[in-house]
Design a protein around this ligand. Structure first.
Ligand code: CTP
Length: 408
């Protein structure tokens, strides 16, 4: 399943250097792309003897880069940007010369400068002849690299291009992919492979065919949570009401405009989910009667009778199995903490996320938010004002760590 792949949405930079094993790199690109990774290839001039940049560009769906400057247009391939873009760099094949250059910080081509600018984990999959591999210089360079945190994907034994038999063949693309996958699947990622029901946006409760009772919710916070969950390898069922932004493409998206419709959709989905994150602003009431025609203006006042909506979160939480997690949101304008804590208890939640409206940088329409998490065991976590996607990332990191601890 694509969404469960640890490569999903990961930015992988493959550095290809000169060596016969470079002919296997198109296969590595295909595997990573199929698993949902974004792949950028940077190759050295000598790699081009063994594999064409065109093949790598077609398979990676990005130009394969080797020069600092793009022909005569004066545009440059920003190595710092490339180094910072990558979540992970794999140099494959890494020849003896390349290993020596990395170990000594020699920066004489685009790939070397990308490696020097990188802040992400770097992997090397060496490929060379048997004697070059065992040579003390190569082994010393490898040791230096390992000491500095580079991960070695050991070469395999077998027939070498020289006709000799022994260690020196580049690990097969499938094995390289497996090593990278293990690295990208941290044991502490609580959300990896989990199915999460996220609600977002505001409900609209119709009065007549042209009017409704609604609220200012934009759906930005719920969608930011969905995006982050997808990046963490979760499967996301996203149920949303009225929103002003586009939902992520990779979640399973369900629009439900009224509280009743949202309740029905959530009730169908929740039994198959591990976690519920209820970020939607659900209207508490709906008009008792829905006028079949547009209500005409008549008297100076108009009275609408409203009827209570179901409390979706409370109902779902009451029906949950012991291993299902329920997280709610609260929006308060006074006695924020007290009201949030009361909702945590009343709705039987694991955690409630309090949105503060006191900070102008937080709330419905803006791109920033400030929240405090109140957990069932009394722990509290404050997340200062920041972009909503950053707040979502921090929130999920905190929740993941909290949920990973044995629960009382
Ligand atoms: N919620 C819900 N169904 C409702 C109302 C709220 O599922 N009919 C959920 C919200 O999605 C949120 C949490 O309950 O996760 C708290 O919502 P909030 O509007 O802050 O509180 P209410 O329970 O509606 O209480 P009040 O309006 O009195 O503050």
């Amino acid at each position: 399943m694509l969404r469960k792949s640890p490569f999903n949405r990961k930015k992988i930079l493959i550095g290809v250097t000169g060596g016969i094993a470079a002919y296997k790199i198109p296969q590595l690109v295909r595997i990573l792309k199929k698993e949902g990774a974004e792949v950028q290839v940077v190759l050295t001039e000598s790699a081009k003897i063994f594999v064409t940049p065109q093949t790598l560009a077609v398979l990676s769906e990005r130009p394969a880069l080797s020069q600092f400057f793009k022909s005569d247009q004066g545009e440059w391939n920003n190595h710092v940007h490339l180094g910072l873009w990558a979540d992970l760099i794999i140099i494959a094949p890494a020849g003896a010369n390349t290993l020596a250059k990395i170990a000594h910080g020699i920066c004489d081509n685009l790939l070397m400068s990308v490696i020097l600018s990188a802040r992400c984990p770097v992997f090397v999959a060496p490929a060379m002849d048997l004697d070059m591999w065992t040579h003390p210089s190569t082994q010393a360079n490898i040791e230096t690299l390992i000491e500095r945190g580079v991960t070695l994907i050991d070469p395999e034994e077998g027939s070498l291009a020289s006709g000799l038999e022994g260690k020196g063949r580049m690990a097969e693309p499938e094995n390289i992919a497996k090593t990278l996958a293990n690295h990208l699947t941290p044991a502490h990622n609580y959300f990896f492979g989990k199915r999460v029901l996220v609600t977002a946006g505001g409900t609209q409760e119709p009065i007549d065919p042209v009017r409704f009772i609604g609220n200012h919710s934009s759906g930005k916070m719920g969608f930011a949570i969905a995006e982050q969950l997808l990046s963490l390898g979760a499967e996301v069922e996203l149920v949303y009401g009225s929103v002003s932004v586009t939902p992520p493409k990779e979640s399973n998206n369900h629009q439900a405009l009224t509280a009743k419709a949202m309740q029905q959709t959530c009730e169908q989905l929740f039994p198959q989910c591990d976690i519920l994150i209820m970020a939607a602003a659900v209207a508490d009431y709906h008009p008792t009667e829905l006028a079949s025609e547009k209500i005409k203006k008549s008297d100076n006042t108009l009275t609408l009778t409203l009827e209570k909506n179901p409390d979706i979160l409370k109902t779902l939480s009451a029906s949950r199995k012991p291993n299902q997690v329920c997280i709610g949101f609260a929006l308060e304008t006074e006695q924020e903490e007290l009201h949030a804590q009361q909702k945590l208890q009343k709705k039987n939640l694991d955690c409630i996320v309090l949105n503060t409206l006191k900070n102008p940088q937080a709330g419905f329409a803006v791109d920033t938010n400030e929240v405090t998490l109140y957990c069932r065991d009394g722990q509290q976590f404050h997340i200062p004002a920041n972009q909503k996607n950053q707040v979502a990332a921090t929130m999920l990191q905190i929740l993941g760590e909290w949920l990973n601890k044995p629960q009382s």
